[in-house]
Ligand binder design. Structure first.
Ligand code: BES
Ligand code: ZN
Ligand code: ZN
Length: 507
């Protein structure tokens, strides 16, 4: 359910709401349009708690003199001279934090004062994004969560901006509502238990997107068709499970003719038990999230019709389950990927790179301008970068820079890691071209730089096509409130970044 969002030019004190939100830069100055009594009232609180508008800080105050709203929230935007992107991220976090507080007190409506900012449209969009993301809950299987969401969810948010900025603000708000829909779908898909999120459910989702989007077509490969197409590495992974595997190929064609095409490839393992190289019980607890890359691609596609990027966008998902059984692929098996390279399987738990090998090979056959894959690929990446930052690798400086820009603008963080030449030897086979896990030594219980050798393995299937890989094993889901706009569970990571990236091709 969406928050009902409106933009107006009413004076902030005229707009009635349960919580009045006021952004403050780190010079601590309160906007001139705020009434004198309110500014005095806030000044008292600010001095008491030493709130000075530092980036990422916020306070939630009851009974502020001069305020009609029962609560006032102050949000620190940091240095006035910093980039709009930086201010936007502070806004997302501050409003999300405010939403968390407001929910506790069952305060249902928010008003954000953007009268005194130079970039109210962009800040309004960030405010709505933070609020909507923080207000999300996956309630399907819990009466308690359903009740909680009914009583606590934020119902209304209004932003007040100068009259001259009203039109651009409304446009920014409608774009952000679309983005949020994509994120919510990705979260819903990832939050579903694996038993309810089988490959065929991802297929049904792709079909549903096709049905409501005149510019999107879906081509589905079943097991036999995937065999004919040469997706052998993927089919080897799928062999251990009784659920049917599918390859999903979505194509969005823009209205205006476009010479450019990009491929978005998402890892779609609906459950990763590890296969015969089976995980520990604890290790597979969260492994329903192993299709988060696929969910990011589907979430993005679900809103492309409205986002209208001026580029042909392909979405590719190899969807299957990784299970141990009498028919499962084994350690020692040698597979031939779609591009002809042979891979000796040393560990059946390094399955994502096998399914992606076929998808990347297929993508580059079409000679697109860019291939971007998103995959919950390695635990090593979570150890390296933690729960909020994705690993980023690429073969083309321009494309890498475009992705970095989209990352900064969306607030979805990614950090580039290297592909040192000398590590290439770690994934070379003795009886095959490649092996699916690195022969690097151990550091304690973990293999050295497993996230890097996994990325380098994928590169073997990308030919000369500009390619970027995002290892989203960390940021795809969260257990702790490190980012106030991500409630526990799936985050929908990737949708905001991808939509921002596609926007750079024009609309
Ligand atoms: N899906 C996992 C990676 C993962 C781990 C995602 C934790 C999210 C959280 C992947 O298929 C996997 O099992 N990778 C192995 C690779 C190893 C066998 C080389 C890993 O990271 O341990
Ligand atoms: Zn695995
Ligand atoms: Zn996996």
């Amino acid at each position: 359910m969406h928050i009902q969002v409106t933009a107006s030019s009413l004076k902030p004190t005229a707009a009635t709401a349960d919580v009045l939100i006021i952004p403050v830069y780190s010079d601590g100055q309160l906007g001139k349009t705020l009434p004198e009594a309110l500014r005095r009232g806030l000044g008292v609180h600010m001095r008491r708690v030493e709130f000075t508008g530092v980036w990422g800080t916020s306070i939630f105050l009851p009974f502020v003199k001069g305020s009609k709203a029962p609560f006032v929230a102050l949000i620190g935007l940091g240095d006035r001279s910093h980039s709009v992107e930086r201010h936007q991220e502070a806004m997302r976090r501050g409003v999300a934090q405010t939403v968390r507080e407001a929910r506790k007190y069952e305060m249902r409506s928010l008003v954000v004062n953007l009268y005194d900012n130079d970039t109210p449209g962009q800040l309004a969009a960030a405010a709505v994004e933070g609020a909507e993301l923080a207000n999300y809950r996956f309630t399907e299987y819990s009466t308690k969560l359903k009740k909680e969401q009914a009583s606590q969810s934020i119902k209304k948010l209004s932003v007040v901006v100068p009259t001259a900025k009203l039109l651009e603000t409304r446009a920014a708000l409608s774009a952000v509502e679309n983005v949020i829909d994509g994120v919510a779908l990705a979260r819903d898909l990832v939050n579903q238990p694996a038993d309810a999120m089988r490959p065929e459910v991802l297929v049904a989702q792709a079909r549903a997107i096709e049905a409501k989007s005149p510019h999107i077509k879906a081509r589905i490969y079943d097991r036999r068709e995937a065999e004919l197409a040469g997706f052998n590495a993927f089919l080897a992974v799928a062999r251990g499970s009784e659920v049917e595997p599918y390859v999903i190929h979505l194509t969005y064609t823009p209205k205006a003719d476009s010479d450019s095409a990009v491929f978005l490839v998402g890892k779609g393992i609906t459950f990763d038990s590890g296969g015969l190289s089976i995980k520990t019980g604890e290790g597979m607890e969260d492994m329903k999230i192993d299709m988060a890359g696929a969910a990011a691609v589907l979430g993005t596609f679900s809103v492309l019709e409205k986002a209208k990027p001026n580029v042909t966008v392909h979405g590719l998902i190899a969807a299957c389950e990784n299970m141990p059984s009498g028919t499962a692929y084994r350690p020692g098996d040698v597979l031939t990927a779609k591009n002809g390279k042979t891979i000796e399987v040393l560990n059946t738990d390094a399955e994502g790179r096998l399914t992606l090998a076929d998808m990347l090979s297929f993508a580059v056959e079409h000679k697109p301008q860019a291939v971007i894959d998103l995959a919950t690929l390695t635990g090593a990446c979570v150890i390296a970068l933690g729960e909020t930052v994705a690993g980023l690798w690429g073969t083309d400086e321009n494309l890498v820079n475009q992705i970095k820009m989209a990352s900064a603008q969306s607030g979805e963080q990614a950090c580039q890691l290297p592909m040192p030449e000398e590590y290439e030897s770690l994934i070379q086979g003795s009886i095959s071209d490649l092996i699916n896990t690195s022969t690097a030594g151990k550091v304690g219980p973990a293999t050295m730089a497993g996230e890097i050798t996994a990325a380098m393995f994928l590169r073997e299937f990308t030919g000369n096509t500009p390619w970027v890989h995002l290892d989203i094993a960390g940021p795809a889901h969260t257990m702790r409130p490190l980012l106030p706009y991500n409630p526990p569970g799936a985050t929908g990571y990737g949708v905001r970044l991808l939509l921002e990236f596609l926007k750079s091709y024009g609309q």
